[in-house]
Design a protein around this ligand. Sequence first.
Ligand code: ADP
Ligand code: MG
Length: 602
Amino acid sequence: MEERKANALKEILSYAGNYKVLTYIGLTLSGIAMVLGMLPYIYIWLITRDLIAVAPNYHEAVNITKYGWMALFFAIVGIVVYFFALMCTHLAAFRTASNIRKEGMKHLLKVPLGYFDDHASGLIRNRLIAAASDTETLLAHNLADIVGTVAMFIAMIVLLFVYDWRMGLSCILAVVISVVALFSMMGGKNAELLAEYQKAQDNISKAATEYVRGIPVVKVFQQTVYSFKAFKEAIKEYSEKAFYYQGKVCRIPQAINLTFTEGAFVFLVPVALLLAPGELRNQTFMTFITNFAFYAVFSAIISTALAKIMFAASGMMLAENAMARLREVMNAPTLEITSSPRIPKDNSVEFKNVSFTYAGATGKALNNVSFKVNKGETVALVGPSGGGKTTAACLIPRFWDVSEGSVMVGEVDVREMDLHTLMDQVAFVFQNNRLFKTSILENVRAAKPEASREEVLKALSEAQCDDIIAKLADGIDTEIGKDGTYLSGGETQRVSLARAILKDAPIIVLDEATAFADPENEYLIQKALSKLTAGKTVIMIAHRLSTVVNADRIIVLEEGNIVEEGTHQELIKMNGLYARMWQDYNKAVQWKISSESEVSHA
Ligand code: ADP
Ligand code: MG
């Protein structure tokens, strides 16, 4: 465990850069401040000693005023030094946290976009930000406290032996017992129990998240909380583990620990009483009494010191978790970026023996798929759900990289291209287009930051968005998501198309662009699509077969394999899967028309 802690610390400091030095300076100062902070106690004890020595002629204690001022002086110096210590650690902590955020973001920029489909982007961002802020607390406060307390502890132990080792030992005995009790809760067989207990704690928060996500389902299906078995189980397990660990394993050691931390004098008093008769016969009895006063004062600091160490240790635990979370972000796979990028020759797209398997999946999503889309051609991907259409589309912009074979754009493997070149070459309109919470203008301009207002307006107009803009209070300057301004799915789709139109890339990849649109929106979307695709190389995925009839070629994908390929007419003649799909599609359309006319008769 210690080693893990040390590693987490090393890992955190690796993000500090040049500010690492500041951390070390801050920690050293913190140690000095703590030792300085003990000096007032010593002066107070010196005052007590002098007063005892001259009692009852107190006016003979000439030094006590000086001691008083010294106590005040060192109390202030201690605070000032501590202030500078914290200033150093804070500066380093802020820089480290900011570096963690920067490094994390830099890494995430290299992660394939497909990764964010499986790992919600908000979650990843939260993880990064939480990790950064947790390390901030550790570096700014906890570490300084740990070092300070350790310094104080060492100084204290030395001091305890300076005056009377027997009384010193009796104070330390109490410390040793409480520390042993503390470690017995966390070591040996109990370490496993502690780990289980902490895991149960983790599980409960995971299950709670799942539960909150599932609330819509609960509402729709009228289920009760108890149907959320996982959550209930997690709570039950946690309560059992917590009761066993806290209530059974820790009860006695914790009681011992607290008793001896708070009552560091339990051995001091009896030891002093035992020693007293012997000392009474000596000349040094007065010294013995004042020494006793010293130990009585100092044993009070012991509990403060131990409590501080415990507190700081929890900061270490937090930091360790933070690093684990950060590692998850930093271990996200990245795309390999070529060092000698090639420029695509033309606007063709070709799949050469492409196979692709999703991480963790057993079967291939694409199996040895080859086809070519020449410059200016429109090729449609169709087939049953799960056939691999979306996967194929995602491989072109490198949302994922192929497992085998290669995807070529302009006769160059996409992996040998600069990402910016590739992005300039290809525009995609996918099902799950999202708009940013900013104005329509900026939303569209995201595709081409240097575009003028007029260009954006033209693109929006071509994407059939005029009616959307007309109904919004501030036109294209209306902020999406503000004051309840939201667009319907079909409207969002059209604004996304405006984005793609503005981008004016020579290759267009469309995934089921009309799948969720209502008839009116679909008509407008189709119009926008024809503007977008005019004269471009197009790869389109569509559920509604009417939209693919005019494609130059249709590729039928089933379970990751190309099963048929040809024009609409050719495929109909083949009388295979496509012909069946076409029949089903027409039946569905007819059924829809007839049922609609029935409704109008009624
Ligand atoms: P289509 O678009 O033709 O419906 P997809 O390309 O979405 O098909 O899916 C092809 C196969 O890959 C399916 O078996 C699907 O379950 C699987 N798949 C899709 N996305 C993922 C993913 N992110 N992780 C794992 N498997 C996936
Ligand atoms: Mg799909």
